[in-house]
Design a protein around this ligand. Structure first.
Ligand SMILES: Cc1cc2nc3c(=O)[nH]c(=O)nc-3n(C[C@H](O)[C@H](O)[C@H](O)COP(=O)(O)OP(=O)(O)OC[C@H]3O[C@@H](n4cnc5c(N)ncnc54)[C@H](O)[C@@H]3O)c2cc1C
Length: 617
């Protein structure tokens, strides 16, 4: 341990994760905190990190207020409808009222946004989506962050938050290690913004074996955004609301542009439209929600899943008609080349030409995230001007730990933020964090060396476990003394898959299965004390797994607590197969006691701040 170098960094604001939300936070923190020291710690390299690393083809959240296309209230109605009634409307409105200005910044910084030739407005792909030439989307926002922050630390895996020792429940910074040099990094900060993305590889993925690593959500999103705050006792919300995506099979290629722009459609293996067949069945489960427009994402999944269960799969996307038009054919391929190259490669390798063959779709394994058509994440304070008292405790986007802020996938209750909304939320959080630091004034944060040294021991222990344990075996990877990260990951995925509603059980679970799953997750947690890492890369994998496991526990606890099937198509509680608005038209909130590891669950009231007068689409 003595050989490991320690790098100390004292700053005003630490941003953890330099993805969309993190870059937005770094940029905005500089605007309001001209003289403050702003530092960002990122696991990869911010130029190509996070879910937008490969680029995007569309910005999925743009109001178009300058042309009176949509208003923020419309977006709240839309998100509320899609999430079966349950969103934090204060946060959703707050994001929506600011998101357009973020998009205008992207254009100013060089992001090519397509224009409608007739109107001159941005080219719409759908009501909320605008089309971009987005291969360089991430480097563009990264440049803004680089120019704003005092320092960007790339290749730092943040493993733990530090706590202030002079005041209870106040954050004091974070620690982690450099995945390349191995140095131990201590960031002492007055305010911390967690922007570390969502979580893939919680549930067993469809692509395993040689396909492992091909997931819909970024494979490097390891739930740190949830695990870091959970570990220090921050409250979380809606963690049961995992997302399942209908995507092109094996490559997880997105279908949005196909539906919206190419006007392709789906059919079962007999060439039949199937969604309408499941109307009565779905209505019996969820009531009038099935009559909403647009049909909530989970309910469309539900029809898909039921049709396949009925033996009429696979479901195909009908591309053969649209692809006869050379322009649409080009758009179809470019859609993948710009953001999910893997799908184009899968089609090429499986001899699938969508012009002559309708490709298969499938439903993905579940993911945990807070910015797409789902809203798992931290329970945060909303904006002062619109949040009801239960949703407001001083600083916008501050978690229930003082000085700890969140944005993007980190924040719960606000679905449909996407890339632009996540960047916007980073800006909102940073503005509030600056105010928090200013309000602290001369007050000091105390983080003593002992706290850091103890964490250092813990962080590097997997390297020692491996070095010592490796002597006991002559070959192979199975040891009586340690568990490798890949072995632990596969165990985690299996538990979540089988007990918490993954693909192998058709997203079905129940109270007893969840209780058993939670027991097995507890055993896994114990065994993870003996995880072994043969090098720094595996040390990163070890910590990713630990973060995924805490996140998974939280998901399982929430799923157990909510005794209804609120989002059929995302998951099913077999013992409570109906949506139950009488008892569960509320948000769920959890807290894990950092000392005992015990979870407490509560219901939080749901406030409808925006009226229902208009059609949601
Ligand atoms: C397949 C896919 C397609 C999408 N398509 C679109 C689209 O077409 N249009 C659109 O607008 N949006 C789209 N989105 C949504 C958009 O990408 C997300 O909403 C957005 O990236 C979320 O921002 P974030 O900052 O929370 O997470 P991210 O952008 O993922 O950033 C998280 C960052 O945290 C870092 N990190 C993680 N753990 C740690 C740690 N422990 N220590 C330090 N750093 C860490 C990561 O490396 C990463 O840089 C898509 C997402 C996916 C997955």
């Amino acid at each position: 341990m003595g050989k490991i170098k320690t790098v100390w960094e004292d700053c005003d604001i630490l941003v953890i994760g330099g993805g969309m939300a993190g870059t937005g936070a770094a940029y905005e923190a500089r605007y309001w905190g001209r003289d403050m020291k702003i530092v960002c710690a990122e696991k990869a390299n911010i130029d190509r990190s996070g879910a937008v690393a490969q680029g995007l083809y569309a910005i999925n959240c743009y109001m178009g207020m300058q042309w009176d296309e949509n208003q923020p209230e419309d977006h709240v109605r839309y998100a509320r409808n899609d999430l079966m009634g349950l969103v934090r409307e204060d946060l959703a409105f707050d994001m929506a009222r600011h998101v357009d200005s973020a998009v205008h910044k992207f254009e100013e910084w060089g992001l090519p946004i397509m224009r409608n030739e007739k109107t001159g407005y941005y080219q719409r792909e759908g009501k909320w989506q605008i089309m971009i030439h987005g291969e360089s989307y991430k480097p563009i926002v990264a440049e803004a962050a680089r120019k704003s922050a005092d320092k960007i630390y790339n290749r730092i895996m943040v493993t733990h938050l530090l706590m202030d020792e002079s005041k209870e429940n106040r954050v004091g910074g974070a620690v982690g290690f450099n995945c390349r040099t191995g140095a131990f990094h201590v960031f002492r900060a007055k305010a911390v913004i967690v922007a570390a993305g969502g979580a893939s590889h919680i549930f067993k993925p469809r692509s395993v074996g040689e396909g492992m690593g091909r997931t819909w959500y970024a494979p490097w999103s390891s739930g740190s955004a949830y695990a870091l705050p959970i570990a220090v006792g921050a409250k979380m919300t809606q963690m049961e609301n995992r997302i399942v995506l209908t995507r092109f099979k094996d490559g997880y290629g997105p279908v949005g542009a196909y539906f919206l722009h190419l006007k392709t459609y789906t059919q079962n293996t007999y060439g039949e439209e199937y969604e309408s067949k499941w109307y009565d069945h779905t209505k019996a489960m969820v009531g009038e929600y099935i009559d909403h427009t647009p049909t909530p994402t989970c309910l469309r999944n539900h029809a898909f899943i039921e049709e396949v269960k009925a033996g009429r799969g696979p479901i195909h996307m009908v591309t053969m008609e649209a692809f006869q038009d050379p322009h649409l054919e080009e758009v179809g391929w470019e859609n993948f080349l710009g953001m999910t190259i893997g799908q184009a490669v899968v089609w090429a390798s499986q001899d699938i030409d969508p012009k002559y063959e309708n490709p298969e779709l499938t439903t993905s394994e579940p993911y945990v995230m807070g910015s797409h058509a789902t809203c798992s994440g931290a329970w945060v304070s909303g904006p002062e001007d619109i949040s009801p008292p239960e949703y407001f405790w001083g600083y916008n986007r501050m978690l229930t730990v003082d000085g700890l802020f969140g944005a993007g996938d980190t924040v719960g209750g606000t679905a449909h933020k996407f890339s632009s909304g996540s960047f916007t939320e980073g800006r909102i959080a940073a503005k509030a964090a600056v105010k928090y630091v200013l309000d602290l004034g001369e007050e000091k944060i105390e983080v003593n060396k002992k706290q850091c040294e103890e964490l250092k021991e813990i962080i590097y222990k997997p390297l020692e476990n491996y070095t010592v344990g490796r002597n006991e075996i002559t070959a192979g990877t199975v040891s009586p003394s340690y568990l490798l990260p890949i072995q632990g990951l596969q165990r985690l995925e299996k538990i979540m898959d089988e007990y918490v509603g993954g693909i192998s059980v058709n997203y079905m679970t129940n109270g007893n299965m969840l209780k058993r799953g939670i027991e097995l997750l507890g055993t896994l947690q114990e065994d993870l004390e003996h995880i072994g890492a043969e090098d720094l890369h595996q040390l990163m994998r070890a910590w990713e797994l630990k973060h995924r496991t805490i996140t998974s526990e939280c998901v399982a606890q929430h799923t157990l607590f909510r005794e209804e099937t609120r989002w059929p198509g995302y998951y099913y509680r077999g013992d409570h197969m109906k949506l139950d608005d009488d008892n569960w038209h509320c948000l769920t909130v959890s807290r894990r006691d950092p000392k005992t590891g015990e979870w407490t669950m509560e219901k939080a009231p749901l406030y409808h701040i925006v009226d229902e007068k208009e059609d949601a689409n």
